[in-house]
Write a protein of this length. Structure first.
Ligand code: NAD
Length: 433
């Protein structure tokens, strides 16, 4: 089939590359000429494990190309995917749908008569109706149909998630679009990836409900972690003890500094606003948003307390800046709350992240960026672990101890064992232990 991805960011690019790898002909479109130039040169503008190799092999096989010219890409396309951003709208927390509606207008002006337009971006309930209205207004006689197909991939594991999804949700109102979507996902269906066909509005809500539930699970274990600290219990054992129950499941039960990233913060907020407007408020999720925001802010105080009540004039070494490992994505990363708060309290910060430092630089002024994990530590008054990159899990603890001025370690991801750290003479502070 011939597919077009409008928007070649995380989701558009990963989806485009994986669809091409299934054997479809894919054109990835972006309005950012710099991005398209880099992609054409074989360079992946984001860090996503395995994406460069898969992209290059599909370009070589002639199944994948990049352009800024939607009209040219749309010629003969069976389906055009909208994979543009839906950030939080300034001021009110709603999803900003400007990019989606602009893309819908552009698609309407160039799409063939029976193209299926697929919204892959995360969009509030009813967006598909508006996309359809926009297209009908510009192309009243066409048979273009509009489908919702939310994406559930995780950055850092995106290719595997895309190729082996737990489910593929398709919100479609017509027979033709259903057939086209089944054909697009046939290679995955053969891989046992179940297709879940629902109404378009239901599909749009499933995406928000899934993200809100996961954000709630993280927030739950974070609150349990706070309770553990007060009552002398171990949150990792609590997580294991409840996670082995199949009804609960062990994933998303890692206590930490609060969720961040490109999806959970904006999607929880957007769901809250949608629900309030529909007079069916999601009080649980409203609280999740509030608790998580407060938690990210509280983390700096935890570090200050670990440093004896003040970080003024102290040098703090920070390992990890991205919102999670295996990505360079800094969107809503906890480090963006924690580090400026420490600076405000008078700390000097030296930080290292294996992949995100280029993204982090403009967002974190006044911070020194180190060349490696060990470079970061020399003469620091404390070490803070903010992101749990694998490369930080097995550092030479004796070397760390020698490098630090004071042996204080604040491990916001619980990647080290407190007993071992204490035995080695560290003043060690994890989360919920
Ligand atoms: N990042 C994730 O892990 C993830 C996972 C699931 C769903 N989503 C959702 O997918 C959507 C896209 O997210 P992302 O992280 O890929 O965003 P992104 O910001 O990385 O990429 C969006 C791209 O769209 C391009 N663009 C915008 N308008 C365009 C237009 N009219 N024509 C061509 N290109 C255009 C931008 O230049 C940009 O390159 C969002 O709704 C997001 O919530 C993201």
């Amino acid at each position: 089939m011939r597919l077009v991805m409008v928007g070649s960011g995380y989701v558009g690019l990963v989806s485009g590359v994986c669809f091409a790898d299934f054997g479809h002909d894919v054109v990835c479109v972006d309005k950012d000429p710099g991005k398209i130039e880099r992609l054409r040169a074989g360079e992946v503008p984001i860090f996503e494990p395995g994406l460069d190799v898969l992209m290059q092999s599909n370009v070589k096989a002639g199944r994948l190309s990049f352009t800024t010219d939607l009209a040219e890409a749309a010629r003969g396309a069976d389906a055009i995917f909208i994979a543009v951003g839906t950030p939080t709208r300034r001021g009110d927390g709603h999803a900003d749908l400007t990019y989606v509606y602009d893309a819908a207008r552009e698609i309407a002006s160039v799409a063939a008569d029976d193209t299926v337009v697929v919204t892959k971006s995360t969009v509030p309930v009813g967006t598909g109706d508006e996309v359809e209205r926009i297209i009908r207004e510009l192309r009243p006689d066409s048979r273009i149909s509009v489908v919702s197909n939310p994406e559930f991939l995780r950055e850092g594991a995106a290719i595997d998630d895309f190729k082996r999804p737990d489910r593929i949700v398709i919100g479609s109102e017509g027979e033709h679009s259903r057939k086209v979507m089944s054909e697009i996902y046939r290679p995955l269906f053969i891989n046992q990836g179940p297709l879940v066909f629902v109404s378009r509005r239901t599909s749009e809500l499933i995406k928000y409900a899934a993200n809100a539930f996961l954000a709630m699970k993280i927030t739950f274990i974070n609150e349990m972690a706070d309770l553990c600290e007060k009552v002398g219990a171990e949150v990792q054992d609590v997580a294991r003890g409840i996670g082995l129950d199949n009804r609960i499941g062990s994933k998303f039960l890692h206590a930490g500094p609060g969720y961040g990233g490109s999806c959970f913060p904006k999607d929880t907020l957007a769901l809250v606003r949608t629900a309030q407007e529909a007079h069916a408020p999601t009080r649980l999720i409203e609280t999740v948003v509030e608790v998580n925001d407060a938690r990210k802010k509280k983390m700096a105080q935890k570090i200050i307390d670990a440093c004896g009540g003040s970080v003024s004039g102290k040098r703090i070494a920070v390992l990890g800046l991205a919102f999670k490992p295996n990505t360079d994505d800094m969107r809503d990363a906890p480090s963006l709350d924690i580090l400026p708060a420490l600076q405000k309290a008078g700390a000097e910060i030296v930080a290292y992240d294996p992949e995100s430092m280029d993204q982090a630089r403009p967002l974190l002024p006044g911070i020194t960026f180190a060349e490696s994990a060990y470079d970061c530590l020399g003469g620091a008054d404390a070490l803070v672990i903010v992101t749990e990159w694998n490369a930080f899990r097995a550092l030479d603890l004796k070397r760390i101890k020698l490098a630090l001025k004071a042996p204080i370690v604040v491990d916001l991801r619980n990647i080290y064992r407190s007993a071992e750290m204490k035995q080695l003479g560290f003043a060690y502070y994890g989360i919920g232990r």
